[in-house]
Design a protein around this ligand. Structure first.
Ligand SMILES: Nc1nc2c(ncn2[C@@H]2O[C@H](COP(=O)(O)OP(=O)(O)OP(=O)(O)O)[C@@H](O)[C@H]2O)c(=O)[nH]1
Ligand SMILES: [Mg+2]
Length: 461
């Protein structure tokens, strides 16, 4: 990926729509407009950031491809920081591909995924945390995830990281002085003062890191498996939480054979909810395979909801499922409370591990207890943090790892101070900490990491 040439892509999704957008960025953007666009008003000189109406024609021919609007945004006042042309055409795939084909024939390279945003980053229009936030904005599936991405897009995380920088730079400057002077001459800039100043930065980073379990789950989503023996109402519960009749529900045990996965919004967390085959001694290989998959899915789940039938006494199959999930985060849910009670709560509790949450009592069929179930599930997923609203949240494992790296370096610097090592060692560790923080904003990220980040973006973004 070279920067400096001119690139183009269809920015709207593949398929048909009211409008299609083709984006061109680089030094030849205006050239392309002159070559392929015929203004309805015979405009010769394009003004920056002004819409023009006209036709796109094949280069050197009079054949009209589409009637369009175009806008030219001259550098540096564009998304990429380069001259950019946007063509708003009719949203048919053939039309968009024909226009892009003409742009490519004029010598423009087709953009790689995320290349426009990469250029925005390389041209210092945005920092890396903002670049990543643009992809998160597009991928967000809940309002909460979107708010988080928007906050990062607005530069809140970048500003927070900058704010952590300045005390580190101050300490570093003071240490540089101390390399040349004795302790008596130093006063304020002495190592003990540096130790305390570092402690304040440690506290700030720890506060930020504490937001990451919730932030990451809001951005990446969580998985919840509904497990239980046949006929307890797993599919009914999935349908209830989804608000539609997605899974087949019948009174016949063993109805669900494979797992069914759907995404639901639970208190702002995009949750992949999985309805599974009822666990029992299988009657055939299809059922056996279905049951094998339940255990496999439960393995990686953020929460396993173990569902029981409240109208019947606890069976061996139920206790085996509770036992099999002992090491996982479990929420025990008792269904069918609308029927005459048959399950002894005390017996159930005696089979639950101390770590398991619940039991909650619900009716998947009639909706009793469902609000509470959503509430409790949300708390489990968000680690009860949802009500605290910090100004900035860490939502990306890459950012979390960079902060942890910075924290390790600061702790190392502190232990060097404690052990009376020379200020050079301390200064080195602080520089490492600054480099760790710079990974987030992208000031110290190598090309490979950048390529990896941007390769996950959409084409045209
Ligand atoms: N009374 C009552 N019946 C329920 C409730 N939830 C489910 N049922 C009934 O229980 C039966 C089984 O429901 P399903 O949702 O298919 O159960 P399942 O756990 O998915 O069953 P398998 O797919 O066979 O493992 C159906 O007849 C449902 O109507 C409930 O809350 N109350
Ligand atoms: Mg089912």
């Amino acid at each position: 990926m070279s920067i400096g040439d001119t690139i183009a892509a269809i920015a709207t999704p593949p398929g048909t729509g009211g409008i299609g957008v083709i984006r061109v960025s680089g030094p030849r953007a205006e050239d392309i407009a002159r070559l392929l666009f015929r203004s309805s008003h015979h405009v010769r000189d394009f003004k920056s950031r002004r819409l023009y109406h006209g036709d796109i024609v094949a280069a050197g021919q009079s054949t009209v491809i589409d009637e369009v609007l175009i806008v030219l945004m001259r550098k540096p006042n564009s998304y990429t920081g380069e001259d950019t042309l946007e063509i708003y055409c009719h949203g048919g795939l053939l039309i968009m591909e024909s226009i892009l084909g003409e742009v490519a024939r004029a010598g423009v390279r087709l953009a790689e995924p995320g290349e426009f945003t990469k250029r925005a980053f390389l041209n210092n229009r945005i920092d890396l945390s903002q670049a990543e936030a643009t992809a998160d904005m597009i991928a967000a599936r809940t309002r909460r995830g979107l708010d988080l991405a928007l906050s990062h897009l607005k530069g809140n995380l970048a500003r927070k990281i900058e704010a952590l920088h300045s005390p580190l730079l101050d300490i570093l400057a003071a240490l540089e002085v101390s390399i040349d002077f004795t302790e008596e001459e130093l006063g304020e800039a002495s190592p003990p003062a540096a130790y305390d100043a570092l402690e304040a930065v440690v506290a700030d980073i720890e506060r930020l890191l504490a937001t990451s379990p919730e932030g990451i789950i809001c951005r990446q989503g969580a998985s919840v498996v509904i497990a239980g023996r046949p006929n307890v109402g797993k599919s009914s519960l999935l349908n209830r939480l989804l608000g539609e009749q997605r899974a087949i529900v019948t009174p016949i045990p063993g109805t669900t054979r494979d797992f069914i996965e759907e995404t639901v919004d639970i208190r702002g967390v995009p949750v992949r909810l999985m309805d599974t085959a009822g666990i029992r001694h299988p009657e055939n290989i299809i059922e056996a395979e279905g049951i094998r998959r339940v255990w496999q899915k439960s393995e990686g789940a953020d929460v396993v909801m173990v569902l029981l039938d409240g109208s019947e006494p606890l069976r061996d199959e139920d206790t085996e499922i509770l036992e099999g999930n002992r090491t996982r985060p479990v929420l025990v849910v008792v269904n069918k409370v609308d029927l005459a009670p048959g399950l002894d709560g005390d017996v159930l509790r005696s089979h639950m591990s101390g770590e398991a949450s619940g039991p909650l009592w619900i009716s998947a069929k009639f909706g009793q207890g469902i609000d509470e179930l959503i509430e409790v599930l949300g708390c489990l997923l968000l680690h009860d943090q949802a009500e605290r609203e910090p100004e900035v949240r860490i939502a990306n494992i890459r950012h979390q790892a960079a902060l942890e790296e910075a924290l390790r370096s600061i702790r190392q610097a502190q232990s060097s101070i404690r052990e009376g090592h020379s200020p050079e060692f301390v200064a080195f560790d602080i520089q490492q900490a600054i480099a760790g923080l710079d990974l987030i904003t992208g000031r110290s990220v190598d090309e490979q990491v950048l390529d990896r980040i941007f390769s996950t973006f959409c084409i045209g973004k």
